[in-house]
Design a protein around this ligand. Structure first.
Ligand SMILES: *Cc1c(COP(=O)(O)O)cnc(C)c1O
Length: 364
């Protein structure tokens, strides 16, 4: 079997995939209502929230778009904290719908500096909401969301979070950290194929929703909420993915959230140590290095394209490259969701063989 080690889509266990082959059911019938209620209840346990959790049929970007259009009005000032590709994407979505974006960008590979966030909020009292990525998948950096949230809440702003590649894998207690809208996606740490995005919505966020004037139809979460009360969705959902999610959630609850986090920490540490033992260095500031994806700096001599090709064609291992200006400069190892020590050991062993073939002499 291919060792798919990209930061999403991630491999799915067979028992989850099997759910995908179930016969269709009436999405307005009692059987689906039961499943959707179970899924929603279990999602709340993983988000650790008493807030509503809405499941929409879309990839993670659809969830980010839903967060923007349901909370904001054209002309609203928003602070968008970006440390990479996905932070920039969140800003683009807000701009597309007419928000006035105040960008606060940090060097790729680094985490956001909370002091800078405070400064911008101090200077811009009209800011309505703060948009931030919890785990920046393009650079392998996890922001200190707890600290960021404290500052944002000092200023009493709405906090919208891209947690697509962290929720379910990295500690993010939604209620304890006062997060208003938190977005995730089924193909990341959830061991489920792409197709669903899940977002939690706080009381404060629902209040904002009543004032929000950005255009929306498919992603109208107020409609989703009123349908959810009947165990339904406004439009036909990706029923097969909901079956898979239902199964995956049950397995996750069984493993236990603390155990899942501990497994991700253990495997991430092992990945970072293994990479360094090969003589390579990490791209991310190690203090903030992600526990779901490791980004590795490519030394001058290393041909990243060739490395990824050799791994894929000769060893059936798929790693991620760098995005945009990081293309050729880094490669990324995904370790989220359905991942074990064995999967990473195999990657490290094969890297030891392939790195010299792609131009880099590893440490003996
Ligand atoms: C994967 C990802 C997304 C969403 O991407 P989709 O391809 O739309 O699912 C958004 N943010 C982050 C941080 C991600 O890792």
């Amino acid at each position: 079997m291919t060792n798919l080690r990209i930061p999403g889509p991630t491999p799915c266990p067979d028992f989850v995939l099997k759910e995908m082959s179930r016969q269709m059911i009436n999405h307005r019938g009692p059987e689906f209502a039961q499943i959707l209620n179970d899924v929603t209840g279990n999602l709340k346990k993983i988000f650790r929230t008493k807030n509503d959790v809405i499941t929409l049929t879309a990839s993670g970007t659809g969830g980010l778009e839903a967060a923007v259009v349901n909370m904001l009005s054209p002309g609203d000032k928003v602070l968008v904290i970006s440390i990479g590709v996905f932070g920039d994407r969140f800003a683009s979505i807000a701009r597309t719908y007419g928000a006035e974006v105040i960008p606060l960008n940090f060097e790729w590979g680094k985490a956001a500096d909370v002091k800078e966030i405070r400064k911008v909020l101090d200077n811009n009292p009209a800011v309505k909401a703060v948009l931030v990525t919890h785990n920046e998948t393009s650079t392998g950096v996890t922001n200190d969301l707890e600290a960021i949230s404290k500052v944002v809440k000092e200023f009493d702003k709405l906090l919208l979070i891209d947690a697509v590649s962290s929720m379910s894998s990295i500690n993010l207690p939604v209620d304890d950290w006062n997060c208003d809208v938190v977005v995730s996606g089924s193909q990341k740490g959830w061991m489920v194929p792409p197709g669903l995005t899940m977002l939690s919505v706080s009381e404060k966020a629902w209040q904002a929703n009543t004032q929000a004037k950005m255009p929306r139809f498919y992603f109208d979460i107020a409609k989703a909420k009123s349908n959810l009360e009947k165990g339904q969705t406004p439009w036909t959902p990706a029923i097969s993915v909901v079956f898979a999610m239902d199964k995956a959630l049950k397995i996750m609850i069984e493993e236990g959230l603390e155990n899942i986090f501990a497994r991700h920490i253990r495997i991430a540490n092992m990945t970072r140590q293994g990479v360094k033992a090969l003589g390579l260095s990490l791209f991310a500031d190690e203090k903030y290095a992600s526990n779901t994806v490791t980004s590795v700096s490519a030394p001058e001599a290393l041909d990243v394209k060739k490395l990824l090709k050799l791994l894929r064609e000769e060893h059936d291992i798929v790693l991620g490259g760098g995005q945009l200006h990081l293309s050729g400069k880094i490669f990324r190892i995904g370790h989220l969701g359905f991942v074990s020590e064995e999967d990473i050991k195999e990657v490290l062993n094969k890297l030891r063989i392939v790195l010299p073939q792609a131009g880099f002499e590893v440490t003996k």
